[in-house]
Design a protein around this ligand. Structure first.
Ligand code: AMP
Ligand code: ZN
Ligand code: FE
Ligand code: FE
Length: 280
């Protein structure tokens, strides 16, 4: 097997990752990857620091990215945006609004936990979140309180969609997220599609909205699932992307940067499309 040189799905402390952008770039650079995308939830705040850190690694390029959460009935679809013009003021104020929505919703979950007899301090959750606050920060606070051993345990019973302490926030529709990304010159890519029931049903509408790619090479996907997704991408004319979705949670079995990802040829295609968009 040829070594993976590309990881297009990585989180930092600007959302729910636990390495700051410098630490993340140093880890990825140390693994001799050629291309990485920084894809924090609702934030591009790590880009400046990441671009500074990558100077030390002349063979590594960083694609500016973002990951947006969207709702469909009974499920959640995540949309990645690559090569976004993150200096756009309107785009930044939209991301800011999403992050504000995350705060209210996290407070609601913390209060539900307290009612369940599992109090965590709200100040602690905020301390754990340098950027966009998310459920993993609440899960971490629960680990610290000794309620659970690993963050993912919190999702099963409490913080997952069906969990006892789950709270909603207002989210985009998937098609709106595609439009938001293309509106700032970005390339929309449907994230971890196997996490969505019958994801195929959404693809025609999303393609219509401007979807360009779909993740195929994802953490934990079996060879059979990868082949099925490659076939789907091929049939739909979507670029097969992917990456580790690394958060540095330190949980057993966590995929590391470079453990999974698309070929270098795929990033050539993405760079070519980004160039075309910029020429327009
Ligand atoms: P949020 O952005 O607050 O909706 O939280 C979503 C994030 O929580 C995802 O991006 C993952 O990082 C994490 N997550 C979601 N489901 C699980 C799970 N079952 N186990 C561990 N982490 C999860
Ligand atoms: Zn995350
Ligand atoms: Fe995601
Ligand atoms: Fe992610």
């Amino acid at each position: 097997m040829t070594a993976v040189k590309v990881d297009l799905h990585l989180h930092s402390t600007c959302s729910d990752g636990r390495l700051n952008p410098t630490q993340l770039v140093e880890l990825v650079g140390g693994k001799q990857l050629s291309v990485m995308a920084l894809t924090d939830h609702d934030s591009t705040d790590g880009m400046v620091e990441a671009l500074e850190a990558v100077i030390k690694f002349p063979d590594l390029s960083i694609i500016p990215g973002v990951e947006l959460s969207t709702d469909v009935p009974g499920n959640e679809i995540h949309m990645l945006g690559y090569f976004i013009n993150y200096n756009d003021d309107k785009f930044q104020s939209t991301l800011h609004k999403f992050r504000e929505g995350r705060i209210g919703r996290a407070q609601e979950m913390v209060s539900k936990l307290a009612n369940l007899g599992l109090p965590v301090r709200w100040e602690r959750v905020l301390e754990l979140a340098d950027g966009a606050v998310g459920r993993p920060h609440i899960a971490q606070a629960m680990v610290e309180m000794g309620y659970i051993k690993y963050p993912q345990e919190a999702f099963v019973k409490y913080l997952g969609r069906e969990g006892l302490a789950y709270a909603e926030r207002e989210k985009l529709t998937p098609a709106d997220s595609v439009a938001l990304i293309t509106g700032v010159g970005g390339i929309p890519v449907l994230a971890h599609p196997r996490e969505v029931d019958n994801v195929e049903q959404y693809i025609p509408e999303l393609k219509e909205a401007g979807l360009v790619g779909i993740e195929v090479y994802c953490a934990g996907y079996s060879p059979k699932e990868v082949i099925q997704l490659e076939t789907l991408a091929n049939k739909e004319g979507l670029i097969p992307c992917g990456g580790s979705d690394y958060h540095a949670l330190g949980t057993p079995g966590e995929y590391l940067p470079g453990d999974v990802g698309p070929s270098l040829g795929i990033t050539d295609e993405l760079y070519a499309i980004a160039k075309q968009i910029n020429l327009k």
